[in-house]
Design a protein around this ligand. Structure first.
Ligand code: NAP
Length: 298
C-alpha cells in the first residue's frame, strides 16, 4: 500500500483465476509507497469464470483507479471494456484496465513492457530486425503487435499448433505495413530461428522444473538474444542453453516489471510520476526468492 488506508484510498488489483502467486501486489504497492499515492493494490481472484461479469459491474461503481487482468480473462476482457486501445485490439487481449468515471478503458502493456525490457537489458531495438516468437497465445500476440509498431523487419510466429500461428498472423497482417509476418510450425522453423537476431519464448514451457526447451537448443548461436517470458527463480533450460551458446539470455521478470510500471503510468495520467521500475523489480525479486518452488502464475 501507499499511504495508510483512508476514506479516500483508491483501489487497484489483479483480476484472474488464480492470482494467489501473483507478484503484482508486491510490485504495485511498493511503487505506490514510493510515489506517495493513496492507492492500494489487492488480489481479485475469482473462483468461477461465470463471476467475471458481476465483479466487473461492482468494479465500475467502486473507487477503482484501474486493474490488471490475467489468465484466463485477458481475451474476454476485450468484450467487457467500453473502449479498447489499438494495441490491445490488435493483440486480441487486455491486461490493463483504466477506470474512468465508471467506464472501463482497456490497454495491453505486455508488448510494450517486453520492448522496454529488451531495450534496458539488451539495448535491443526492433526496427528492421528478424525476430522469432515461439507461441501463438495472448503473450505472443502482444509481443508481435509491439514489434509491428516498432517496425521490425520480419516477425515469425512459431507454434506447435500451426493453425493458431496462422490465425494470429492473419489477424496482424493488415496492420503490418513494414513488417513481414510469417507463421510456421516448430518443425519447419530451424532456418528462421538460426537467422533471427532475437528469439522469444512466449509459451509456458520452462515453468516446471523438468520442462524441456521448446525448440532444439542447437539452433541457438552466440550472436543472438534469447528472451524467455517465464520468470521463475530458476533459469529455464532455454536460457541456460542460450548462455552456454554465448547468446545474451534474458528472463521474463523485466517484461513483468515494465508492463506493471506502464499500467501505473496509465492510471496516474501524468508523466510527472513515472513508476519506479528498479524498486518494483526488487519487490518482485524478494517475493520470488522467498517462494520455495519458484513457480509463479501471473
Ligand atoms: P496462452 O494464451 O495460453 O498461450 C500459450 C502458448 O504456448 C500457445 O501458443 C500454446 O500452443 C503454447 N504452449 C503451451 N504449452 C506448450 C508446450 N508444452 N509446448 C509447446 N508450446 C506450448 O498463454 P499466454 O498468456 O500467451 O502466456 C504464455 C507464457 O507467457 C506464460 O508462461 C505466461 O506466464 C508468460 N507471460 C509472461 C509475461 C511477463 O510479463 N513476463 C506476460 C505475459 C505472459 P498451442 O496453441 O499449440 O496450444
Amino acid at each position: 500500500m501507499g499511504k495508510p488506508i483512508s476514506g479516500k484510498t483508491r483501489l487497484a488489483g489483479i483480476l484472474g483465476m488464480p492470482v494467489n502467486h501473483s507478484l503484482s501486489p508486491a510490485m504495485h504497492n511498493a511503487a505506490y509507497r514510493e510515489l506517495d499515492f493513496d492507492w492500494a493494490y489487492v488480489p481479485l481472484g475469482l473462483k468461477h469464470e461465470d463471476d467475471l461479469e458481476r465483479v466487473l459491474r461492482a468494479i465500475r461503481v467502486l473507487p477503482f483507479v484501474g486493474f490488471n487482468v490475467t489468465m484466463p480473462f485477458k481475451q474476454a476482457m476485450l468484450t467487457y471494456c467500453d473502449e479498447v486501445a489499438m494495441a490491445a485490439k490488435m493483440a486480441g487481449a487486455v491486461n490493463t484496465v483504466h477506470c474512468v468515471d465508471g467506464r472501463l478503458v482497456g490497454y495491453n502493456t505486455d508488448g510494450r513492457g517486453l520492448v522496454e525490457s529488451l531495450a534496458e537489458e539488451a539495448r535491443f531495438t526492433s526496427g528492421g530486425e528478424n525476430i522469432t516468437i515461439i507461441g501463438a497465445g495472448g503473450a505472443a500476440g502482444a509481443a508481435a503487435v509491439a514489434f509491428i509498431l516498432e517496425k521490425a523487419g520480419r516477425v515469425a510466429i512459431v507454434n506447435r499448433t500451426v493453425e493458431r500461428a496462422e490465425e494470429l498472423a492473419d489477424r496482424l497482417m493488415p496492420y503490418a505495413r513494414s513488417t513481414e509476418i510469417v507463421p510456421l510450425h516448430v518443425s519447419e522453423a530451424e532456418e528462421q530461428i538460426r537467422e533471427s537476431r532475437l528469439l522469444i519464448n512466449a509459451t509456458p514451457t520452462g515453468m516446471a522444473q523438468d520442462d524441456p526447451s521448446p525448440i532444439p537448443v542447437s539452433w541457438i548461436s552466440r550472436d543472438q538474444i534469447v528472451c524467455d517470458m517465464v520468470y521463475n527463480v530458476r533459469e529455464t533450460d532455454l536460457l541456460k542453453a542460450a548462455r552456454d551458446a554465448g547468446a545474451l539470455a534474458i528472463g521474463g521478470l523485466g517484461m513483468l516489471v515494465h508492463q506493471a510500471a506502464l499500467a501505473i503510468d496509465i492510471w496516474s495520467e501524468t508523466a510527472q510520476h513515472k513508476a519506479p521500475r528498479d524498486l518494483m523489480r526488487s519487490a518482485a525479486q524478494s517475493v520470488l526468492s522467498s517462494t520455495c518452488s519458484g513457480e509463479v502464475i501471473e
